[in-house]
Design a protein around this ligand. Structure first.
Ligand SMILES: O=C[C@H](O)[C@@H](O)CC(=O)C(=O)O
Length: 271
């Protein structure tokens, strides 16, 4: 399993391109017929990719957790990226279509995924049990933001958050850019109380996002391909521009579930 240890912000400027990518980028999450995990030390976020072929897939805990079950001490979000999935949690079945999200509460012992398609998984440590619930793409809170003149027209859907599906730690949503829009999260922000991970999807094989990371006064870029995830520690901005419109799943863990707990950064202050 890929592990991404934490990085001191002072070291950020000294990393070369390869090191920067090793520390913050997860490139290979979606492998047919299996679950692939990566673990980011920041807020102990566990990221997974699952691609169904013929058989159902059981979500076993990665060895690093030394846990009886994936959700013994954790909660989980299963984001359907395409196809039709059936997630069985201790005998209860939940059907997911594209961009539906299943939140799985702490204490769930057996989780299997069947059907056809693929899912992105995000899990964080949980200190409390919350009910397992589905957030449907067309039913969750959605906000339209941005301006065509700034090429950042987008719809932000919030699934797991303080006023949506309750969780102990996770906050998760999906942002989809309108055709012709390419900028996400502009003006950008940091959030000292949370780590955030963006999984970019819908760019196509040759599309890329140039993702800005790092302290606002010393940013660096990572060129990110389709279905790759970038980890942003609390001190890092996270914004990007794509070669076309795309979607990204944003997931956070940390002190609270308040979506608005962020520190805006004036674009003119970025370096
Ligand atoms: O903390 C919030 C996350 O960075 C995203 O919700 C921002 C986002 O989707 C956007 O503005 O495009």
């Amino acid at each position: 399993m890929r592990t991404l240890p934490a990085t001191h912000p002072d070291d950020f400027a000294r990393l070369d391109t390869t090191a920067l990518r090793e520390r913050f980028l997860v490139e290979e999450l979606f492998v047919p017929g299996q679950v692939t995990w990566a673990h980011a030390a920041d807020d102990r976020l566990l990221l997974g990719g699952l691609v169904l072929t013929d058989d159902l897939i059981r979500l076993a805990p990665p060895e690093l957790l030394a846990a009886e079950a994936l959700c013994s001490r954790r909660e989980l979000a299963v984001v359907c990226l395409g196809g039709r999935l059936t997630v069985d949690c201790d005998g209860e079945e939940h059907g997911l279509d594209e961009l539906d999200v299943l939140y799985v509460g702490r204490g769930t012992s057996d989780i299997t995924v069947a059907g056809t398609g693929r899912a992105y998984l995000v899990s964080a440590p949980a200190h409390a049990d919350h009910p397992t619930r589905v957030g449907r793409r067309d039913e969750v809170f959605a906000a339209d933001l941005g301006e065509p003149e700034q090429a950042n027209v987008r719809t932000i859907r919030r699934y797991v958050h303080a006023d949506g599906i309750a969780s102990a730690n996770l906050v998760l949503g999906i942002t989809t850019l309108a055709p012709g829009s390419v900028w996400n999260t502009m003006p950008c922000h940091t959030h000292a109380r949370r780590t955030e991970v963006y999984l970019y999807t819908g760019l196509g094989t040759s599309g890329r996002v140039v993702h800005l990371a790092g302290p606002p006064d010393a940013t660096r870029s990572l060129v990110v391909a389709d279905d790759q995830a970038v980890v942003s520690p609390g001190w890092s901005v996270h914004t990007g521009v794509g070669t076309s419109a795309y979607s990204f799943v944003w997931a956070m863990a940390g002190e609270n579930q308040d979506y608005a707990d962020m520190h805006p950064v004036d674009v003119a202050e970025l370096r």
